[in-house]
Design a protein. Structure first.
Lengths: 196, 244
């Protein structure tokens, strides 16, 4: 079956080959003037119509569209440029404001520091004065105490020595003789115990 | 039998016979494809120009790209003086291009494969350009035939050559387009015939040729339309800006 079709193909191919090469050329139909007038007429009609409609209606519209787009894009670019400029100006303003505020903040800080330092200094002075006063007072008291101390000690010494002697010997001793002895001792070595 | 590769170029009447005086202006298959091409151009560019959005859609982009393509072509070859003729050259380019492209669809008729059509277009361009030249420069337009810097001895010969070359412009313009279209379509038909005759065994080679030829023919269809338009621009340039 397939073989038969195959051979048929080959056979018919040769058949058609004869047709292809055997066909007599009838010359060029282009050179047959039968329809020349018709072609010229229809060409003029169609091409004329095409030209008129294109030139009067369609091409101006396309041209206008292109122009409009161009101008619109130009406008948009200009607007963008303007906005960019304004934003730049704003940025500059902002930077200046920031700079100003920074300077102001520095000033304020410096002022506050100065003030605080002044306060501290004045308070310190007052405190120093007070402390000096207190120290002086305390020194005076100490001085007073120190001046009064030897007499008191002498008294105590006399009393205790008389007591001790009384207990030891069982006899009263004249206070005046004791005090004379103690006074003599203190004069000799009082500096050793009380300082100057 | 469609074996004869020239039968595709035959013109036949569609509908009744129309006569004006002695002239037969019946509607033929050639007329049909002229109308189809014009309608296609008008429909595409009408839709391409209807809406105007900043971001063009595809058909609008097509229209605008064609517009700027032709506009640039004219500006490059003929300068800014050729602006009034933009519509004509645009229509011409589009008409030839669409006729060529419609011819690439199987079983269609190629309008531009007829010498009479291309010759009428070329003759119209030739006469128009000559008239423009004489209007712009008066009899000074004849200086076109006298190139500057040529020795006096050679001048008669050069003038004759220049006149012949000028007069052969419409012929060369029309025959170039017509011959290209006819030769391409004939060749495709012949290779198509080979595919049929060599059948399933030997037909693959001509078939692949045919496929390659189709691509080539589409390129030629565009190129010939472009050449036709750009030569018109060059002739116009001669008429508008006299160089010689």
């Amino acid at each position: 079956m397939i073989k038969k079709i195959f051979f048929q193909f080959i056979f018919f191919n040769f058949f058609f080959l004869k047709e292809v090469f055997g066909a007599e050329s009838g010359g060029m139909p282009q050179l047959n003037p039968e329809f020349w007038i018709s072609q010229i007429f229809w060409l003029t009609l169609t091409f004329g119509t095409l030209y008129i409609i294109l030139s009067k209606l369609i091409l101006p519209k396309i041209s206008a569209n292109l122009e409009l787009r161009k101008s619109q894009i130009q406008e948009n670019i200009e607007a963008a440029e303007k906005q960019r400029e304004s934003s730049e100006n704003k940025q500059k303003e902002y930077d200046q404001i920031i700079l100003k505020t920074k300077l102001k903040a520095k000033d304020i800080f410096r002022d506050a520091r100065d003030k605080a330092l002044k306060d501290i200094n004045s308070k310190k002075e007052v405190l120093d004065n007070q402390i000096d006063d207190e120290i002086k007072k305390a020194e005076k008291e100490i001085e007073l105490l120190r001046k009064g101390a030897p007499e008191k000690i002498n008294k105590i010494a006399i009393e205790t020595s008389s007591e001790i002697v009384k207990k030891l010997i069982g006899a009263d001793i004249n206070n005046s003789s004791l005090s004379a002895i103690i006074e003599d001792l203190t004069k000799k070595s009082g500096d050793k115990y009380y300082g100057s | 039998m469609a074996a004869n590769p020239m039968t595709q170029f035959e013109v036949y009447r569609i509908g009744p016979e129309i006569k004006i005086g002695a002239f037969d202006i019946s509607f033929t298959n050639a007329s049909l494809f002229m109308v189809i091409s014009s309608m296609a151009i008008l429909i595409i560019f009408n839709f391409g120009s209807k809406k105007n959005s900043i971001l063009p859609n595809k058909i609008q982009l097509l229209g605008e790209l064609s517009y700027s393509f032709v506009s640039k072509m004219i500006n490059d070859t003929a300068g800014s003086k050729a602006k009034p003729y933009f519509s004509f050259i645009f229509s011409l380019f589009m008409f030839v291009l669409f006729c060529n492209m419609f011819g690439m669809i199987p079983y269609t008729f190629t309008v531009t494969s007829h010498i009479i059509v291309t010759f009428v277009l070329a003759a119209f361009i030739f006469i128009g350009v000559t008239i423009i030249g004489f209007i712009k420069h008066g009899f000074g337009y004849l200086k076109l035939f006298v190139p500057s810097g040529v020795p006096i001895v050679l001048l008669p010969l050069i003038i004759i050559i220049e006149i012949i070359s000028y007069l052969s412009r419409p012929i060369s313009l029309s025959v170039r387009l017509f011959a290209n279209m006819m030769a391409g379509h004939t060749m495709m038909k012949v290779f198509g015939g080979f595919v049929v005759s060599l059948g399933i065994i030997g037909g693959w080679l001509p078939l692949s040729f045919s496929v390659a030829l189709t691509g080539l023919e589409i390129l030629v269809a565009f190129l010939q339309a472009y050449v036709f338009a750009i030569l018109t621009c060059i002739y116009l340039n001669d008429a508008l800006n006299l160089h010689h």
